[in-house]
Write a protein that binds this ligand. Structure first.
Ligand code: PXL
Length: 278
């Protein structure tokens, strides 16, 4: 088996099933070495808890990068999720240039917004910086809200293919290369992900569940990264990640009142391992 090493940069929310506590187990379960660079430590994520702690680790990043350079440590891919500041985004851009092997893939999930709103603490300067980072990445994994914030396209909850095409062309104008646009819904029964690669649109459509959960974007982008590193095509990795995320949501929904803060992705890891090794 081809053994790949991915670096993922995002926060650690100690409790809340998102960012690194999701990326590390999911990418590892895919059979891929997963190095982490925690950008900050929070007691919980910011989506529904109050009074959480926040330790910014930005100042530690340059020394970590320098040490890796001294040791000759490089990565086959870089996958970024939630980042805490524009300064952190600049540092991630630098790491893209110094710590990756030739031909390494860069995957950016601009984790900063959902359902038409920015997450707590983000502003238009952050959106601009994230759009610049997305312009440098090989693959971006935004939801419709994030895509709209970065491109200035009006956010809509009901739309047609022409609206999605407008978002895609605006992302390409911004500098994006391959786009995986999540949560694209054209009718009441189904939803899916759009894969836009080499100017070609494809759509992986699947059933729509009666509710959503916090943290599904992180589960999705992590499974996508793991599958891509295991040699799946972009479309097949996007489809596998959708199937896995759906399974995780299905396992969580019956208990959503108590378990409102994340998805029970651990319960579906055996299925993820089978899907990856098929
Ligand atoms: O990508 C989700 C996420 C990650 N990290 C932190 C968050 C959130 C979403 O709310 O608050 C700290």
């Amino acid at each position: 088996m081809d053994y790949k090493r991915v670096l993922t940069i995002q926060d650690i929310s100690c409790v809340g099933q998102c960012s690194l506590t999701v990326a590390l187990p999911i990418i590892s379960a895919c059979g891929v070495e997963t190095a982490v660079l925690p950008s900050s430590v929070l007691s919980t994520h910011t989506g529904g808890f109050s009074g959480y702690t926040f330790r910014d680790l930005t100042d530690d990043i340059p020394a970590i990068e320098e040490h890796w350079q001294k040791e000759g440590i490089t990565f086959d891919a870089l996958y970024t999720g939630y980042l805490g500041s524009t300064r952190q985004i600049d540092m991630v851009s630098h790491i893209m240039e110094t710590c990756l092997k030739d031909g390494a893939k860069t995957i950016v999930d601009p984790a900063m917004a959902d359902n038409g709103k920015l997450y707590y603490g983000f502003d238009s300067d952050f959106v601009k910086a994230m759009a610049t980072l997305c312009g440098k990445a090989d693959i971006i994994v935004p939801n419709i809200t994030e895509a709209c914030f970065m491109t200035g396209v009006e956010y809509k909850t009901e739309y047609d293919r022409a609206y999605i095409d407008t978002i895609l062309s605006s992302l390409i104008k911004m500098g994006a290369k391959t786009v995986i646009l999540t949560g694209v819904t054209y009718n009441d029964e189904t939803t899916g992900v759009v894969v836009f690669e080499n100017g070609e649109y494809s759509y992986y459509e699947h059933k729509k569940l009666p509710g959503g959960c916090h943290g599904t974007g992180d589960v999705y982008a992590s499974a996508f990264t793991g599958a891509l590193m295991r040699g799946f095509t972009t479309f097949d990795a996007a489809a596998l990640a959708a199937d896995y995320t759906l399974l995780c949501i299905e396992k969580t929904l019956p208990d959503i009142k108590k378990h409102w803060y994340g998805v029970k992705f651990e319960t579906c890891i055996p299925e993820l391992v089978s899907m990856i090794n098929k």
